[in-house]
Design a protein around this ligand. Structure first.
Ligand SMILES: NC(=O)c1ccc[n+]([C@@H]2O[C@H](COP(=O)([O-])OP(=O)(O)OC[C@H]3O[C@@H](n4cnc5c(N)ncnc54)[C@H](OP(=O)(O)O)[C@@H]3O)[C@@H](O)[C@H]2O)c1
Length: 343
């Protein structure tokens, strides 16, 4: 069976989730899906480990626990840059899992473009480059006849993008509404159920590891807006970037608004919408709406021309969950490569 050689750039929660899954699922994956993944390089901020014959993933995980994979005695390359590796190493796929940056998309944007230019397919979980430049990246991938996949960027392991693209194939999705950020949904749920203020609920979310020390990407609605951009492009063929989304976060939501909504049988949720335009804003929805999920869950309702409304619900984040989306994308790319499906 032909190996799919993978360069993994970014070896944090998601990257390590992927090597963990590959270690536990290797035989099954081989047998069931015709995928024979071989990780030929892993890159973190300390440098890289590179072995064209395939790295020992157990060893990589053990090394990473102590600091960097570049410390490997035989295959460690502390001096090399991610771009050098992507440019010079033979591989079929780049898995890009570095930190999200919505100011200029870097370093992920350059990693992805360089992979395309050197004929490599890309699977990414990094929303930054997609939110800023998805229409251009799709064109560049097409031009270079390679695939770009990013299932893990929306809904973590929940197959939201695939549901819309594959399960609703042939139908026309006319509108999308989504609770796309677990942190803000947790905060709003806490405020509604425990009558705590925004600040108190945010502090609890931070204590539990649901919110970052700098929570602005989440609470200001930017993370949800990135996901709106990705869905608008991929599912509804709208050529949007982050600039086109009207964004309002949840910092201004008061306990009073939440209890007034509750009196009407409603809940206040941070809802991403795509119809004629695209927006993210705190919105009242009925407590009986299937979209109205609690805690850190995510939910997306697709309204399509023939099938009507369908809602998909699941965990919106998590290292192993998001890595499972990367695995699905790798299987999809392997299938498309074998069957010469156009990009
Ligand atoms: N975690 C989730 O649940 C989740 C869900 C969906 C999407 N995502 C997205 O997936 C991506 C990865 O998430 P994560 O949780 O794994 O993040 P993370 O734990 O912070 O890991 C980021 C990794 O990228 C590496 N990195 C950052 N800048 C780099 C550079 N310039 N050169 C080389 N390596 C660099 C870091 O190196 P060091 O290890 O040396 O610091 C680290 O290994 C992010 O874009 C995130 O938004 C995450």
């Amino acid at each position: 069976m032909i190996a799919v050689r993978i360069i993994l750039v970014g070896y944090g929660v998601v990257g390590q989730g992927l090597t963990n899954i590959l270690l536990t699922r290797r035989l099954e994956t081989l047998r069931d899906y015709g995928l024979n993944p071989k990780i030929v390089a892993i890159v973190d901020k300390g440098g890289a480990a590179v072995n064209p014959q395939g790295l020992d993933l157990e060893r990589m995980m053990a090394l990473k626990k102590k600091g960097t994979v570049a410390a490997d005695r035989l295959f460690g390359r502390p001096e090399i840059s991610p771009l050098d590796i992507i440019q010079s190493l033979e591989a079929e796929v780049l898995v890009e899992a570095t930190s999200t940056n919505i100011k200029n998309g870097e370093p992920g944007l350059s990693h992805i473009k360089t992979a395309f230019k050197t004929g490599k397919h890309v699977v990414t979980t990094n929303k930054g480059p997609l939110a800023l430049a998805l229409p251009a990246l799709t064109e560049l991938a097409d031009y270079n006849k390679v695939y770009l996949r990013f299932s893990g960027t929306v809904g973590g392991g929940t197959p939201i993008l695939e549901f819309a693209k594959k399960c609703l194939a042939g139908d026309k999705i006319v509108a999308v509404r989504g609770i796309l950020n677990g942190t803000t949904n947790y905060i709003l749920t806490e405020m509604a159920e425990k009558h705590t203020t925004f600040e108190q609920a945010l502090a609890t979310a931070q204590k539990l590891g649901y919110a970052e020390t700098d929570p602005s990407m989440d609470v200001d609605g930017l993370d949800a807006a990135c996901k709106v951009v990705i869905m608008a492009n991929w599912i509804m063929n709208k050529k949007l970037t982050l600039r086109d989304v009207k964004v309002q976060g949840i910092r201004g939501v008061t306990l009073n608004e939440i209890s007034e909504a509750a009196k009407k049988g409603n809940a206040v949720k941070l809802v991403g919408m795509i119809n004629e335009g695209a927006s993210v804003a705190p919105t009242e929805i009925s407590r009986y709406d299937p979209l109205c999920v609690r805690g850190v869950l995510n939910a997306v309702t697709f309204a399509s021309e023939f099938a009507g409304e369908e809602t998909i619900i699941g965990k919106g984040a998590g290292g192993i969950e998001t890595a499972s989306a990367v695995l699905r994308d790798l299987i999809d790319i392997r299938y498309n490569m074998a069957n010469r499906v156009s990009t």
